[in-house]
Design a protein around this ligand. Structure first.
Ligand SMILES: [Zn+2]
Length: 97
């Protein structure tokens, strides 16, 4: 993918530049990409800040828990939601602006 993004794609002698518009990910892939707890962990809800509780599996029972906010996510305010994983930098040049 990196080579295609850097060098384009050659189709029938016509070179086409390739950009990333979106990522479509399932929950495990999304947690890897965002460096947050996987969907089955405590503090893993991507929408709100409730920690979850163990009932044979981690469940989230609060219906009105405070929502996550972009600003707090960027600052990693909820340390238990984020992993220690080092996020690899995605090159901005790959994204269509
Ligand atoms: Zn939630």
């Amino acid at each position: 993918m990196k080579e295609v993004l850097n060098n384009g794609l050659l189709i029938q002698d016509h070179k086409t530049q390739v950009f990333v518009d979106n990522f479509v990910c399932d929950a495990p892939a999304r947690s890897l990409l965002k460096c947050v707890k996987s969907h089955s962990g405590y503090c893993s809800c991507e929408r709100c800040v409730q920690p979850g509780e163990w009932k044979g599996k981690v469940v989230f029972t609060e219906l009105d828990a405070p929502l996550r906010r972009d600003h707090d996510f960027s600052r990693k305010v909820d340390e238990k939601h984020h992993t220690k994983q080092v996020k690899k930098t995605l090159e901005l040049a790959w994204f269509r602006s």
